[in-house]
Write a protein that binds this ligand. Structure first.
Ligand code: NAD
Length: 351
């Protein structure tokens, strides 16, 4: 059976529908680029108001994965699966079986893993029906499992390195506002706490946030106020688009470094931050730890190989920040230019 892609008239990317046996569309797989290798990117399970918004998120996330994988030096392109989270109780097994069928039809062009709303257990379900999946339980010493600790580590090390370099200090005593206390945000908070930072934390899941606040002695801030709160550093670790025309003027933090994908709503928002003297660590430069682990698992590499690559993330951020300062450009513009150059070069090799 051939998997018919839909080229949505608004987007350049290929969109492959994910449907159940009765052809109800459950989501899409978006493939942005396979110039560097198979498209790799996680599966998001989230509620969207419309199919169009779901597709738009998939496309933006897939593009981000192309740039992230290129920047991290991985031999993979960019893709993403996005599933609509049903409003009523649903059968997880059949949802992930449908995704597995769609992945399998792509014959290795797309490799999936965890993202917001999906877990190692979901990946184990997928593995029963497709081999093009990572983020599974693996034996000790082998890369694999939940990618989020690696993502959190890359973000934390990047934050620490940039603070040391640009602000000539360490994290001790600095106030960090963390938006989203899930898999990445929660772990990042623990690392920041260990390093002596003061924490302001927020989550729409109030009980999750309260539990973490009690554990770390952090202050809880309402989701509406976290981006603008009085902090030295802002760490967006929830969903995308939080840095935008409306929110940026209210930001007090001087440095933004977090795990969330697509933090800028538009490219121009990077310039808005620059004009306000706020240093923005481009999301895909610092949050690549998870995909580094996913890809290493897929290539049957070791945990040590993952650690070595994750330790290189902070250095890449420092390079991007230095180039942006030197060229008086927004940091996202510089990062995109580097990533696009790598992808372009790979296309030329293929041609
Ligand atoms: P998660 O689902 O475990 O956590 C996200 C948390 O954000 C949840 O607790 C959710 O309730 C909260 N949230 C949602 N909207 C919010 C809002 N408006 N204000 C405050 N909190 C809000 O997901 P995760 O795996 O921790 O991923 C977080 C972000 O990092 C996502 O953007 C994801 O794409 C990105 N990311 C994750 C990984 C990874 O390894 N898990 C890798 C790279 C990027």
């Amino acid at each position: 059976m051939v998997h018919q892609p839909v080229r949505h008239h608004d987007f350049q990317e290929m969109l492959y529908p994910i449907h159940d046996e009765t052809q109800n569309v459950l989501g899409v797989i978006a493939i942005h680029s396979t110039a560097l290798g198979p498209a790799a990117g996680g599966c998001r399970l989230w509620h969207y108001e419309s199919e169009k918004l779901l597709a738009l998120d998939a496309v933006r996330l897939a593009r981000g994965m192309s740039y992230k994988n290129a920047m991290a030096g991985l031999p993979f392109g960019g893709g993403k699966a996005v599933l609509q989270r049903p409003a009523i109780p649903f059968n997880r097994k059949s949802l992930f079986k449908a995704l597995a069928s769609a992945v399998e039809l792509l014959e290795g062009q797309y490799v999936t893993a965890e993202d917001v709303g999906t877990t190692v257990a979901d990946m184990q379900l997928l593995r029963q029906h497709t081999r093009y999946v990572a983020g599974l339980d693996t034996p000790e010493g082998r890369a694999g499992g939940d990618p989020s600790p690696w993502t959190a580590m890359g973000v934390f090390e990047s934050m620490r390195a940039a603070v040391q370099q640009s602000f000539a200090s360490n994290l001790k005593g600095l106030t960090v506002a963390v938006q989203g206390t899930g898999n990445v945000g929660g772990r990042l908070c623990r690392m920041l706490h260990e390093a002596g930072a003061k924490l302001l934390i927020s989550d729409v899941d109030q009980s999750r946030c309260a539990k973490l606040a009690a554990e770390l002695g952090a202050t809880v801030v309402s989701p509406d106020n976290i981006v603008a709160c009085d902090a030295d550093i802002l760490a967006p670790c929830a969903l995308g688009g939080v840095l935008n025309e409306e929110s940026i003027p209210s930001i007090k933090a001087k440095f933004i470094c977090g795990g969330a994908n697509n933090q800028l709503r538009s490219e121009a928002d990077g310039n808005r931050l620059r004009e306000m003297g706020i240093v923005y660590a481009p999301d895909y430069v610092v949050n690549s730890g998870g995909i580094i682990n996913v890809v290493a698992e897929y290539m049957e590499e070791s945990t040590e190989q993952v650690r070595t690559r994750v330790q290189q993330i902070a250095g890449r951020l420092l390079t991007v920040l230095a180039m942006a300062e030197q060229e008086r450009l927004a940091t996202n513009v510089v990062a995109d230019r580097i990533a696009e150059g790598i992808i372009r070069e790979a296309r030329r090799d293929v041609a």
